[in-house]
Design a protein around this ligand. Structure first.
Ligand code: F6P
Length: 351
């Protein structure tokens, strides 16, 4: 088979391990593998290179993506889709592996409708907002990066007896804030899934800070805030400082927005393993004729088609995208489960 591979959308740590496995295992199994540079934008232009073992050797430990990535504005248009299909034909691809998040998988599903070449998606997004996927490639590293940053911030916060708000990426999904918040011993975790208003947030956080500094005499208070929250971090900091001045005189609050720091860096061993096993599963699935599907890691329900790997399942891309919609509008049982778990521990966080 002639297999094309691209990474698209926001890069995530572990993408390179997936590229390496598709290329190295693909070559080993007798296929030819073409790397497409800069995501769908590169596909439109035919910007490809044949991957040999030397090109992918040692890349699993690199952050970002050696193929480059992009968020193409032309590709999603009808003209862009036609151009991409024509390019797939010109390149003589039998199969295309798309590694990316929601937008990238939506693009993969659209291309798959023409049935001119097999299309398989691999979930990669630090946000963990992809339907029917327990952990996407990159999430584990991002959580570890946040936890390390929060440990550092906690050191300086304790030295000065301060409160901190740390804002983390995640676009419309609070998963990173939730998981990293628990691991960092945060005193409060803010996420947009329960739609808090500015006043709710401020009053709740005022109480948290009162309990931290007046009742429990803590040395630091840590608030992890998901970027999807509509109230700005600066505004929250300002309003909470006003309350602290009367509730706990002498205690200051500071903010840190981690931003793209959370997306870069060397992938954790776990992310490399997830990426490699998903990529190998993709190869085996392609050889069996799979089309318009995504490989998933550690699905939380009993759904999906099982594979020889107990952690890896297969889902039609249409089902993945439908469940992604439910994750983002909050109606998914997975989101409900996360919210129920968080509401149970919420009052225990500051202990
Ligand atoms: O989807 C991944 C992500 O890192 C989000 O967490 C964030 O909102 C967005 O991408 C940032 O995108 P960009 O790098 O294009 O600013």
């Amino acid at each position: 088979m002639q297999i094309g591979i691209l990474t698209s959308g926001g890069d995530s740590p572990g993408m390179n391990a997936a590229v390496r496995t598709v290329a190295a295992a693909g070559i080993g199994r007798g296929h030819k593998v073409l790397g497409i540079r800069s995501g769908y934008a590169g596909l439109l232009e035919g910007d490809v290179l044949e991957l040999d073992l030397a090109a992918v050797s040692g890349i699993s430990g690199f952050g970002g993506t050696i193929l480059g990535s992009a968020r193409s504005s032309i590709f999603p248009t009808p003209a862009g889709q036609q151009q991409a299909l024509a390019r797939l034909g010109k390149l003589g691809l039998d199969a295309l592996v798309v590694i990316g998040g929601n937008g990238s998988l939506t693009g993969a599903h659209a291309l798959a409708q023409a049935k001119t070449c097999q299309v398989v998606g691999l979930p990669a997004s630090i946000d963990n907002d992809i339907g029917h996927c327990g952990l996407a490639i990159g999430v584990d590293t991002a959580v570890n990066t946040i936890v390390e940053a929060c440990d550092r911030i906690s050191d300086t916060a304790r030295a000065h007896r301060r409160a901190f708000i740390v804002e983390v990426m995640g676009r419309h999904c609070g998963f990173l804030a939730m998981r990293a918040g628990i691991a960092s011993e945060a005193d409060a975790i803010l996420y947009s899934e329960n739609n808090p208003s500015e006043e709710d947030l401020v009053q709740r956080l005022r109480e948290v800070l009162q309990r931290c500094f007046s009742n429990w005499h803590k040395k630091r208070a840590l608030i992890i805030k998901a970027e999807g929250i509509q109230v700005s971090t600066q505004l929250l900091t300002r309003r909470l400082q006003e309350y602290l001045d009367t509730d706990a005189p002498g205690v200051d609050i500071r903010e840190t927005i981690l931003g793209h720091v959370v997306r870069g860096g060397r992938p954790s061993a776990m992310d490399r393993v997830i990426a490699q096993r998903l990529a190998f599963g993709a190869l085996l699935a392609l050889e069996k004729g799979a089309h318009d599907i995504m490989l998933s890691w550690d699905v939380e329900t009993d759904e999906g088609q099982r594979t020889q790997d107990p952690h890896v399942r297969i889902f039609p891309l249409a089902e993945v995208l439908a469940e992604t919609g439910r994750l983002l509008d909050g109606s998914s049982v997975v989101v409900q489960g996360r919210l129920a778990m968080l509401s149970q521990v919420e009052n225990l966080l500051i202990l």
